[in-house]
Design a binder for this molecule. Structure first.
Ligand code: ATP
Length: 478
């Protein structure tokens, strides 16, 4: 997303600066590459590969912290390949006539009924003869569960060779999908899963006997062509997951297309993506012939249920004092505080801790798993304040947050107001009919100008708040 690039850029600049606060962990990023191989890279240069890893990391983070379906009340848009065939949608899993072990697996996962996208996607994916599908909906709406169900219902456990092939952009994402396959398929004891990822070696001449193979494009391509561990002609279902993350790397796109070309004509092709830019769409059309198309629009975020204020300050110390005054005057169950830079976030977290607050800090140099653990603790209420930069907080839904503080206003890399990020940051407070509170810290003429432009953009008044006036602060909480 373009709006995050400034934050990424800031993170990079900061990583290059030697004199960091005590909370800084390290100068170099240590990352696992697409196949889980650890490498180090100085963060001043950003390669296309890293760009892709950011998206992949975000996607992984979302999966790790997700506890249930993302609510969406929008209508699903369906474009059928054959507009004359009836459009089926199901309201229960029973209607799908799944194998009993599979239905058992679905219920064991705690699914009571199909999600919005599953209502339409599942009957299409399970239809005879098999149909191809391109589906787009935001992360968390049930796409993975849907295609796993499709693979499991088509696979023949008695046949000891790969029949379903699923491509994931990274090793870590492949593992996450693998877990869902294992959970949902746990009542099929004969069903086995293989990971085609770098580092997983077979002997020359050996054949994969597992019925489902999940892997990254490069290794899958090798296994299908050069090494011949898999006979692609026997694949019945081909899934391309996270297509938007996948195509961020040129190599993956070509490899996926080459794999697709080896598959039989009647192989069912399924492609999933959280977003649908032009590039994803072009790729999707190349790898999925004659597709049905399903799209579910994102739920709109709104500022309607949020009270917005701004506080005038001269510097960061005054902003910190204003924050303390807020805490002193009203009860804040849980708050998220956004800073522009990692350095400010670290400083603020340390200052708040000194004041006795239980603070969680999400920082750019943390590994995805560490970030997930921090968010999890915050969700459980172990910490009451989460301090973060934008780049770390993309896509995080923490429903119970009642107050959002923009310690720094969101700007893009040219210094212009970043309205989309503003909406996304504070839109989270007013979810599900709850009323939220957003406080913006303004510390210069420039940031006042940004605030005014944000106000104009949304055509919603942002009121001034005097944080030295306790009575006034108390009023905003009512
Ligand atoms: N029908 C359902 N009922 C209840 N929970 C469901 C259902 N389908 C999926 N879930 C759960 O909702 C969460 C999101 O589902 P899933 O991972 O399939 O979404 P997704 O769209 O693939 O998102 P992502 O691409 O980020 O993984 C998971 O925790 C999953 O177990």
């Amino acid at each position: 997303m373009a709006t995050d690039s400034w934050a990424l850029a800031v993170d990079e600049q900061e990583a290059a600066v030697k004199s960091m606060s005590s909370l800084q962990i390290k100068e170099e990023k240590v990352k696992a590459d697409t196949n889980g191989v650890i490498k180090t890279s100085t963060s001043s240069e950003k390669t296309e590969e890293e760009e892709k890893e950011d998206r992949a990391a975000q996607s992984l983070l979302n999966k790790l912290i997700r506890s249930n379906l993302v609510d969406n009340t929008n209508q699903v848009e369906v474009l059928q390949r054959d507009p004359n065939s009836p459009l089926y949608s199901v309201k229960s899993f029973e209607e799908l006539r799944l194998k009993p072990q599979l239905l058992q697996g679905v219920y064991a996962m705690g699914f009571n009924r199909p999600s919005k996208i599953q209502e339409n996607a599942l009957p299409m994916m399970l239809a005879e003869p098999p149909q191809n599908l391109i589906a787009q909906s935001q992360s968390g709406t049930g796409k993975t569960a849907a295609f796993v169900l499709a693979m499991l219902s088509r696979v023949e456990p008695a046949d000891r060779y790969p029949q379903c092939l699923c491509l994931s952009p990274t090793y870590e994402l492949a593992l996450q999908t693998g877990k869902v396959i294992e959970q949902m398929g746990k009542f099929h004891p004969d069903l086995k899963l293989a990971y085609a990822v770098r580092g997983n070696k077979l002997d020359r001449g050996q054949k994969v006997s597992e019925q489902i193979v999940i892997g990254t494009p490069g290794t899958v391509l090798d296994w299908c062509s050069k090494l011949k561990f898999i006979d692609p002609k026997k694949i019945k279902v081909f899934v391309l997951d996270e297509a938007d993350v996948m195509i961020a790397t040129q190599g993956h796109q070509d490899q996926s297309i080459r794999i697709q070309r080896m598959l039989p004509r009647n192989c069912q092709m399924l492609l999933f993506s959280a977003t649908f830019e032009d590039s994803v769409w072009k790729f999707a059309q190349k790898v999925v012939p004659d597709p049905n198309i399903i799209k579910l629009k994102r739920e709109e975020e709104t500022l309607d249920t949020i009270k917005q204020y701004y506080v005038l300050c001269n510097n960061r110390e005054e902003k910190f004092q204003a924050l303390c005054n807020l805490y002193g005057a009203i009860t804040i169950a849980q708050a998220m505080i956004f800073c522009h830079t990692r350095k400010t976030a670290s400083w603020l977290a340390a200052e708040l801790s000194k004041e006795g607050h239980q603070v969680a800090l999400l920082s750019g140099e943390m590994m995805v798993e560490q970030r997930a653990a921090v968010i999890e603790r915050f969700r459980e209420g172990k910490e009451k304040v989460l301090v973060t930069t934008n780049v770390c907080a993309r896509g995080i839904d923490v429903e119970q947050v009642s107050v959002v503080i923009n310690f720094d206003l969101p700007v893009d890399k040219d210094g212009n107001p970043d309205n989309e990020t503003y909406l996304h940051r504070i839109g989270r407070t007013g979810r599900f009919g709850k009323r939220g509170l957003a406080v913006n810290m303004v510390d210069s003429k420039h940031s006042m100008n940004i605030l005014n432009r944000i106000q104009e953009h949304f055509n919603k008044k942002i009121e001034r708040l005097d944080t030295d006036d306790l009575d006034e602060i108390e009023k905003i909480a009512n």
